[in-house]
Write a protein that binds this ligand. Structure first.
Ligand SMILES: [Zn+2]
Length: 420
């Protein structure tokens, strides 16, 4: 057993996060109310409304179980000296392969990543084939599930391996400016993903077909022309391969903007409502939300990499976790565990920014009372389709919601759709 100041500190960090997210979940379930909010009367029928609440409860139970398991496992791993043990194992393996410090780091981090993927597999399987299936969402076949996992692992190995190599190399070779070099590596990598990801990575998982000519396409093009917006492409994504849930998104940096509409969205919304959803997505690019979000994320990354540099300089700290000699990969792992409470706070602040962007995109879309009404109608239809929770607890919203609660969005839009 490794019981000392640093390991207890990491344990306290993990337990604190567990308690806070568990409390949020409990309050969220308790916040469910029997009565349908007036804005949603006639949208949700009482049976569907009860079903949406049952869906939330079932999801909360599974999340609680998953987090209990993860927290116990992480605490046990740290206390039992798992980090030092994995480090020795990686060193032995790298030695027999003739690899150096960088290779050791990649084996260590890759091994932990693989173990995590395997251990979360039962929860993923239960979530997809039991929970989502029970509520009529799941469309994923076992074959597709396995293919998705394998593709995800291969991508993680290639992309994660490249990123980790860059960061480990920077901290090994660049001395006092290592965090700056690592920052450049991470920022360059993230920009590349933002730029090329949509065109390269998403087609590995889904098929994108250009929206076919017809009334909807004409309506969308008329909207774009009326707002002097140049579209790179409007695509329909076969989201129905995996789930009946509906969505839409815009991706890309600079001029390369792809608008993707789930096929499940087109099934459920009128043409006016699809145009309104698209107008919301266009609002994100016109207001430069992707770029702003990226800039904020990179500022945080720089800060974290500077703190990591200070931590890596302390050899006794790493020995406290059972590592025979200090290394970048062990420092990185200890840091990733210890900074969880800060990560929760940083994610909450990123979510707060994202919620502001969502209101801005809604306001952009609601340029006429008719369009405001269409967007509000679309949000309501999607809430029913996705069995959304209409009454989340503020703590859950603050911690986890990247979008404002749908009721708040609908209220604002209905204010804007009333004749002025
Ligand atoms: Zn949005």
């Amino acid at each position: 057993m490794l019981v000392n100041g640093p390991t207890l500190l990491v344990l306290a960090a993990l337990v604190l996060c567990y308690l806070v997210t568990g409390l949020a979940r409990r309050l969220n379930v308790r916040c469910l109310s029997e009565s349908i909010p007036p804005e949603f009367e006639g949208v949700f029928d009482p049976g569907q409304y009860r079903r949406s609440q049952e869906y939330l409860r079932a999801g909360a139970r599974l999340e609680q179980l998953r987090e209990s398991f993860d927290t116990l496992l992480a605490c046990g791993f740290v206390l039992a000296g798992g980090i030092g043990w994995a480090d020795a194992l990686a060193r032995g393996l790298a030695g027999s392969l003739g690899l150096g410090e960088l290779g050791t780091g990649l084996i260590f981090l890759g091994g932990l990543g693989l173990a995590q993927a395997v251990l979360s597999l039962p929860f993923d399987i239960y979530s997809t084939f039991r929970l989502e299936a029970r509520f009529g969402f799941n469309r994923t076949t076992p074959g597709l599930f396995i293919a998705d996992r394998l593709k995800g692992l291969a991508l993680g190995a290639v992309l994660g391996g490249a990123l980790c190599s860059g960061v480990i190399w920077a901290y090994m070779r660049m001395g006092s400016v290592a965090w700056l070099v690592a920052w450049g590596v991470v920022a360059g990598f993230s920009a590349l993903m933002l730029w090329l990801g949509p065109a390269w990575l998403l087609p590995l998982f889904n098929r994108f077909t250009p929206l076919e000519p017809g009334e909807l396409r004409e309506a969308i093009e008329a909207y774009a022309a009326g707002h002097s917006i140049g579209l790179d492409g409007i695509f329909v994504m076969d989201g129905s391969r995996r789930s009946a849930k509906a969505n839409a998104f815009v991706t890309g940096l600079g001029r390369r903007k792809r608008i993707s509409l789930y096929d499940t969205l087109l099934d459920r919304l009128s043409n006016e409502q699809v145009v309104a959803v698209l107008a919301h997505e266009v609002g994100h690019s016109v207001r430069r939300h992707i770029l702003k979000g990226f800039a904020v994320a990179m500022l945080k990354t720089g800060l974290l990499l500077a703190v990591l540099q200070a931590m890596l300089a302390s050899a006794p700290l790493q020995q406290a976790f059972g590592a025979a000699q200090p290394s970048v990969h062990v420092g990185l792992t200890v840091f990733a565990l210890a900074y969880q409470p800060l990560a929760l706070l940083l994610a909450a602040s990123a979510n707060a920014l994202s919620r502001r962007f969502e209101f801005e995109a809604d306001a952009f879309a609601a340029d006429t009372p008719e369009r405001a009404g269409a967007l509000s109608g679309a949000l309501k239809a999607l809430s029913v389709a996705n069995l959304a929770n209409l009454t989340p607890h503020p703590l859950t919203v603050w911690l986890h919601y990247s979008h404002p609660p749908v009721l708040e969005r609908v209220r604002r839009l209905e204010g804007a759709s009333r004749p002025r």
